[in-house]
Write a protein that binds this ligand. Structure first.
Ligand SMILES: *Cc1c(COP(=O)(O)O)cnc(C)c1O
Length: 228
């Protein structure tokens, strides 16, 4: 695809998503400024990141360290100023690389990982705790009853600021089906006075916003389908 066509496609995708965010905010009586759009650029080249930045997107999400680091370096080298979010699973042995490359880590799911991140962070890092609300066996994240212990541990970490909770909803034919998952995450965050809720992807971000999402992680609706 030519640079111009890429720019137009990504700008149109970003506009459509922003319109849908505004619509969901209107239904929920929320200020659209209370929702941060994190464009998930996994599977996309650094050129797509630059195009999205040009279209006004400032936050980018990646799910794999190995893919993300060269892309972040390339984008930064090309003058793209952005906030980088790690949204995928993080192994403890990659904590140092993650703490160096990312501004916000959405996928903290163990005390061991917390300790590693705290020790490795070159500057205070924002973290979110990933919760497996629907108790899906194949999914990462702590059980809701384990959140309290992890919040306490995170609040004791000098180099980490625990900002909120994150979840990945089950795949559903109808986004309405996962509304209770988003609601449960909101109630859990309220219990611990955590302000940020990272929830909602291409198929369900509007319902997530209606339930209080402050960070939506959207890939395909901005960049198109990922190539396998
Ligand atoms: C890929 C991914 C997204 C974005 O998914 P889309 O369906 O492309 O919007 C969001 N969150 C996580 C954790 C992901 O891995």
């Amino acid at each position: 695809m030519s640079a111009v066509a890429l720019q137009q496609d990504v700008a149109a995708g970003a506009d459509r998503v922003r319109e849908r965010i505004a619509g969901a905010c209107e239904r929920a009586g929320r200020d659209p400024a209370s929702v941060t759009l994190v464009a998930v650029s996994k599977g996309q080249p650094a050129e797509a990141v630059a195009a999205a930045r040009e279209a006004g997107i400032r936050h980018f999400g990646e799910n794999r360290i190995q893919e993300a680091i060269p892309k972040i370096e390339q984008a930064t080298g090309a003058g793209v100023e952005a906030t980088w979010h790690l949204v995928g699973h993080l192994q403890s042995n990659k904590a140092r690389a993650a703490a160096n490359a990312f501004d916000v880590i959405h996928s903290v799911d163990s005390a061991r990982l917390l300790r590693r991140l705290d020790a490795a962070a070159p500057a205070p890092r924002d973290v979110l705790l990933q919760v497996n609300v629907a108790a899906e066996p194949q999914k990462e994240g702590v059980a809701p009853e384990e959140v309290e212990g992890l919040v306490v541990a995170a609040r004791g970490a000098a180099n980490l600021r625990v900002r909120g909770l994150m979840t990945i909803a089950p795949i559903a034919g109808d986004a309405e089906d996962v509304r209770p998952v988003f609601r449960a995450l909101r109630l859990l965050a309220e219990r611990f006075s955590l302000p940020e809720l990272s929830m909602g992807m291409t198929d369900d971000f509007e319902v997530a916003i209606e339930e209080g999402a402050t960070l939506v992680r959207v890939g395909r609706a901005i960049f198109g389908e990922r190539k396998p």
